[in-house]
Design a protein around this ligand. Sequence first.
Ligand code: MG
Length: 276
Amino acid sequence: MSKLIITIAPTGNVPTKETNPNTPVTPDEIVEDIVRCRELGASIAHIHVRDKEGRPTCDRHLYKEVLDKLEARGCDIITQLSTGARGGGKDADPIQWRGQMLDLNAEMASLSTGSSNFATMVNANSFELIEALANKMYDNNIKPEIEAFDLGMIDNARYLLKKGVLKAPLHFDLVMNVLGSARGTPKNLLHMVESIPPGSTFTVCGIGPAQVPMITMSMLLGGHVRTGLEDTLLYEKGVLASNVMLVERVVRIAGELGREVANPDEAREILGLQKK
Ligand code: MG
């Protein structure tokens, strides 16, 4: 079994200072949390940015600021930019808006391969949009992380692989327990893991109370894990989480299971990334 890649997703689009004051929102806060989580064992940072009012945005300048500041800190973590549907730009062309940061010097970006319901909006990802974002990622030497919320999104990725839009080996993030998609049950996760193309790598995130069971199961199955306030505001019932607490817990569970934690260069090798 390979070493364990831990992804930290510190901010997301949904958490706020009001719902959890530990949420990093400004570029400096985001960088600080990523640097601390890297020291604890995270080897990928899944990055979202917020505007001055704290609202989600895809603003290229803000992404650049985070990347530049990480570099200035000498942080060697793998950077993964979000192209998710909740990143603002309501009246913008989604291909332009959601792909605007893909020419930056990042190593990975998220790519949703299907549509679903979110709590307050539709997570709309047409094939036209997916293909355009994927093309821009490959043009910029960025490896997509395929965000699959249910089985259909895995099948869409298989279709896009066959069509030549996506390139093997694929890397998935199996996102379990998002309202509107597959619940975070062992049976659902096992079926999804068994449905990804052979030779793929995968990570798992469990939203809210599904966090610990889903990431633990992924470790047992040879997968990788994602954690962070994007995925759960609470550490446990009644206890607000911080990104540091969440990474520390993952490292502790991995230790108990005898799974060694990968550093960023080892993660690059597992994922087939060429360091920029
Ligand atoms: Mg995200």
